[in-house]
Design a protein around this ligand. Structure first.
Ligand code: SF4
Ligand code: SF4
Length: 502
């Protein structure tokens, strides 16, 4: 019997049309949350709304379109202050005695600044460019830049720092083996190889089979140091020190023991079935000087041949922190905004801590320019990049390139059901269950990723052409290319853009 005091109304309603249903049981087989099941005695298929997470796997596989998943509106009499989120939040905590863990990006309806910026175009005085007829350059180099080049007898004398060369300014964000399964990492690796870009291993080490993607790998060194060893560093083209993650600034990582299979245990170098807990801080970093030591330890270990990235979550004093990171010797700063994804995070942190990437990026770019550091370091924006125009706007605000994470998963089937932390992903992405993992075919998934990024590339070229620009480099930090609307003066001041109409 239900505990009436803890009862919370379901979020979804599973509707099965009896006139269309042929009882094939495809929905029963596809549902990994037991929200639909077959009763043999009654020869009937039942729904259990309370278990439905809205992943829509059943609807996608129903051959007769008999199933519809509907959002249930809140049956509570809500008011401004006590909406469903707060009422259910109190009930859940009171019932279970623990803080809810959630996944994917922040739920709350905070402003999305990308959607309050418009892009400029050429008219009359500066002709637009047709990218189908004229060359258009999206190639990007990431790494420390020099102030000037010395050339002697036609040869370059200045020693250059190691650079990553990417065909277009989009890379696959850090998502670990553990959060994602083998097939998904395989697909992302294949896509990065075909696209001439990079994927990031995340903090879970890299399965030996994926070393074959050498030349397209960025590896992460996080506070837990999972899977970090000489070969892991050697196989990478760049190394990223993860200080923070936009979806959960100030919080470490947590991969529950049940997801730590034999293969993940071996890759992470931990016992099978144990929780993989990465501490909130690096226990050897308590200052910019400590960070500098780790940066140079990694440079030493890799003979100064690889750029060192430092990933920080956007927080209130992000500009000062980024300045410190630049002065500590990082080659690339990764700024991660609070709309970024996560495999698991305490709900209160995901929904309340951090800053949107748009504001973080603009303020960091400004500060680095003021201090004369911007030309010496590359900036990557991540956490909330949803489409090609977000990429264009991020570059106009000052980024050299972007990382995409959530968009990567959506491209291969994710429906944003926010159940990654349960390990029961019905689309076979955020799960280690062998039965569910088979739902991802690396060939098909890789092709979808290649399609997505290539289309974004075309859209970016088309937009640059409309602006009369023939190289992504010319857009970088060009905030005159943007205009804001529905924003207050302070927001536009931080973004460094004019209002639409100005
Ligand atoms: S998948 Fe569709 S047709 Fe098959 S049992 Fe479920 S609702 Fe009926
Ligand atoms: S990865 Fe899977 S579990 Fe996570 S949000 Fe997407 S569909 Fe849901």
């Amino acid at each position: 019997m239900k505990d009436v005091k803890t009862y919370t109304p379901p979020d979804f309603h599973v509707i099965r049309d009896p006139d269309r249903c042929i009882k094939c049981k495809a929905c029963v087989e596809q549902c990994s949350f037991d929200a639909t099941f077959y009763d043999e005695e009654e020869d009937k298929i039942w729904n259990w709304d309370a278990k439905c997470v809205g992943c829509n796997r059943c609807a996608a596989f129903c051959p007769t379109e008999a199933i519809t998943i509907e959002n249930r509106t809140s049956p509570y009499r809500i008011n401004e202050s006590w909406g469903k989120w707060n009422v259910v939040g109190v009930k859940k905590r009171a019932a279970f005695g623990g803080a809810p863990v959630v996944s994917m990006g922040a739920d709350k309806p905070y402003i999305v600044y990308w959607d309050h910026m418009l892009i400029n175009a050429s008219q009359v005085t500066n002709p637009s460019i047709d990218p189908l007829r004229e060359p258009m350059e999206l190639k990007t180099f990431l790494g420390k830049k020099v102030d000037h080049l010395e050339i002697e007898n036609g040869k370059l004398k200045t020693a250059l720092s190691p650079q990553l060369e990417i065909e277009l300014p989009i890379m696959f964000a850090a998502m670990s083996y553990g959060a994602l399964n083998y097939n998904v990492i395989e697909a992302i690796g294949r896509a990065a190889l075909e696209l001439g870009t990079y994927f990031n291993s995340g903090e879970g080490g890299l399965h030996k089979d994926h070393y074959k993607f050498k030349g397209n790998i960025i590896v992460q060194v996080a506070s837990g140091r999972f899977g970090v060893h000489k070969e892991y560093l050697d196989v990478a083209s760049a190394i990223e020190i993860k200080i923070g993650q936009g979806a959960k600034p100030g919080i470490g990582g947590h991969l529950p023991g049940e997801k730590v299979t034999a293969s993940i245990a071996q890759t992470r170098m931990i016992p099978k079935g144990t929780d993989a807990l990465s501490p909130a801080p690096h226990h050897d970093i308590y200052s910019i000087e400590d960070l500098r030591e780790l940066i140079f330890a990694l440079k030493e270990a890799t003979e100064y041949k690889k750029p060192i990235f430092v990933k920080i979550a956007c927080v209130h004093n992000i500009a000062a922190i980024a300045s410190g990171v630049a002065q500590a010797g990082a080659d690339v700063i990764v700024l991660d905004g609070f709309k970024g994804g996560t495999g698991a995070s305490p709900q209160v942190i995901r929904d309340n801590v951090g800053l949107p990437i748009e504001l973080g990026l603009a303020s960091v770019d400004d500060r680095l320019r003021q201090e004369g550091l911007r030309g010496k370091i590359s900036l990557i924006a991540s956490g909330g990049i949803r489409n090609s125009m977000d990429v264009v706007k991020a570059i106009a605000l000052g980024a050299d390139a972007v990382y995409i994470g959530t968009a990567t998963l959506i491209a291969i089937g994710c429906t944003m059901c926010q159940q990654c932390h349960t390990g029961r992903c019905a689309w076979g992405i955020a799960t280690q269950d062998p039965f569910l993992s088979k739902r991802q075919n690396p060939n098909i998934a890789a092709q979808r990723l290649v399609n997505l990024v290539n289309v974004w590339g075309l859209e970016i070229k088309e937009t640059l052409g409309a602006m009369g620009i023939n190289s992504i480099e010319s857009l970088k930090g060009n905030r005159l290319a943007l205009r804001g609307f529905d924003l207050n003066e302070k927001e536009m001041e931080i973004l460094g853009i004019l209002h639409a109409g100005e």
